[in-house]
Design a protein around this ligand. Structure first.
Ligand code: ZN
Length: 192
């Protein structure tokens, strides 16, 4: 009964509009991510201050930032670049939480989702509304979850000692060495 469905405390329609406004379009990955956050939140429980870790830079960080208080900027969301479609919400005091992932075996019952995730069908041949319809039907039926205890990447990353780069004059963390990374030739840009 998709009409009665609420996700992350919103109706499905509000949920989808929230994604579109923030992410630019109803990206299937963010929609699935919303279902994942919703499930993880239910396990972790309301009233628990939860931090988040996501295991891909694609789509999932936006789902967490939209539907939890955790953002990259406030330090409560960590992103590891493993390209796995999984996330963990955990109690920041006990570090106990729930990992939720897109369970490929379960998505076989929802071929559009399976084909999209495995990139088996060219985008033109998989209309967005068909894919989104199947995601909505699948809901939690395409996800699995397990209790976990987080033992790395928890807590806020602390800022270390700051120095002034002798070459460019910008502030940089001392741990990078005698000059900032850019002046060591290890930056991402060159001066034009
Ligand atoms: Zn410098």
């Amino acid at each position: 009964m998709p009409t009665a469905l609420t996700l992350c405390g919103k109706t499905y329609r509000e949920f989808a509009e929230t994604i579109e406004r923030f992410h630019g379009w109803k990206a299937p990955g963010v929609v699935i991510g919303g279902f994942m956050v919703d499930l993880a939140q239910e396990h972790v429980g309301t009233g628990v201050e939860a931090d988040a870790i996501v295991e891909t830079i694609h789509c999932l960080p936006d789902a967490v930032q939209l539907f939890t208080p955790c953002t990259i900027g406030n330090g409560w969301l960590k992103v590891v670049d493993w390209d796995k479609f999984a996330l963990t919400l955990y109690d920041k005091r006990t570090r106990e939480g729930t990992r939720v992932w897109l369970d490929l075996e379960k998505t076989r019952r929802f071929p559009a989702v399976y084909n999209w995730y495995m990139r088996l069908v060219p985008k033109q041949e998989l209309p967005l509304d068909v894919l989104l319809g199947e995601i909505e039907r699948a809901g939690r039926g395409m996800l699995s979850s397990a209790p976990v205890r987080v033992n790395r990447w928890h807590g806020k990353s602390k800022k270390g000692e700051v120095s002034i780069c002798p070459r460019c004059g910008e502030a940089y963390p001392v741990v990078q060495g005698g000059m900032c990374l850019a002046c060591q030739g290890r930056g991402y840009y060159e001066q034009r």
